[in-house]
Design a protein around this ligand. Sequence first.
Ligand code: NIG
Ligand code: FE
Length: 409
Amino acid sequence: MNLLIHNIGLLATPLGRAARGGAAQGDILTMEGAYVLIRDGRIAAVEQGMPADHDGDSLDAGGRLCTPGLVDAHTHLVFGGWREHELALKLQGVPYLDILARGGGILSTVRATRAAGEDELADKALRQLQHMLALGVTTCECKSGYGLDTENELKQLRVTRTLQTRQPITLVSTFMGAHALPEEYKGDREGYIDLLIREMLPQVAAEGLADYCDVFCEQGVFSAEESRRILTAAQALGMGAKVHADEVEAIGGSRVAGEIGAISAEHLIAADDAGIAALKAGGVIACLLPATSLYLGKPYARARDMIAAGVPVCAATDFNPGSCPGGNMQLVMNLACWQYRLLPREVLTAVTLNAAAASGQAKETGTLEKGKRADVLLWDSDNLDYIFYRFGQNLVHTVIKDGNIVVKQ
Ligand code: NIG
Ligand code: FE
């Protein structure tokens, strides 16, 4: 199947097959009057004007802006129930970690997820993926972490695997059994860490259910040294490491991420100078989640300082039922401009190439370049600034995934 997208008003894309940090984060290619030629789901050419010959379908972009598909590099996609009952508590000032310490928060979603069957979880997550696709997401990382026992963690990961066969977004699976200490292990931290390392991780690896392992390294959840033990065990089984680091308090998560060579450290709201230096030293991508800062009423991560330090920055939703019950990458793009003070071209890299790199997909997607998957967006805009300036409504016009037109507004 061939497809020619022609009459593109402005094509804007980062370039390359690895994350870009520092000044290079803002280096993007812009091209007026471009076309994108797609063969067998892959980009065959990106040029100005019109190709000499073409056999296959044509799509007139109508002068619109064309970018790579968005990559949501951090979601907790599969879970049972919601947590609207926590809204009043939060409004009355009860902190996020206090709700968790009282057996609510993540642990309440664990109860709902354990009670749900695979089909129910899959149907619910599928609905969410459909919304995300319409908003321009073509690749999505999905973490487990609401099972917290072997059976239910594997159940969540299998749901993610099933979802790959039911919809077009490319899914990247992350095992996050170390998301909280389950209620039945209260007072027995070692017992749960032992279960994670001796039973869960080997089974996840044996079934090939996850590419990455993530740990919630946070005060009252898992310490820096516990996180290191769990993540190095995962690395020994061939998984990449990710860390929920410095979300509420800086207890050493970014240091561990740097020391073990994690692919990404995520959240980083409370990261200090030493944490930023550790990310740089370890070649770690900073995965920032501004919609979570918005929802929890927390400060925004120091994105400008990270870019100044040469750390590649990506931005994602953190879609989950507690700290970010919304999965809108376009809102993330707005917030990255307004709150992080990143320029539109820096944010474009953050939500495409750098997000693809944080998901291990930079060789395959994240830019509009020959050989990559044809994950392409047309926007209701003829320039780049406009899509960061407007907000609150879907500005994506057409979504092309693996060369197929999957959404047309
Ligand atoms: O990234 N921080 C840990 N995990 C999620 C929240 C999960 C939840 O509250 O259910 C996060 O914010
Ligand atoms: Fe998260």
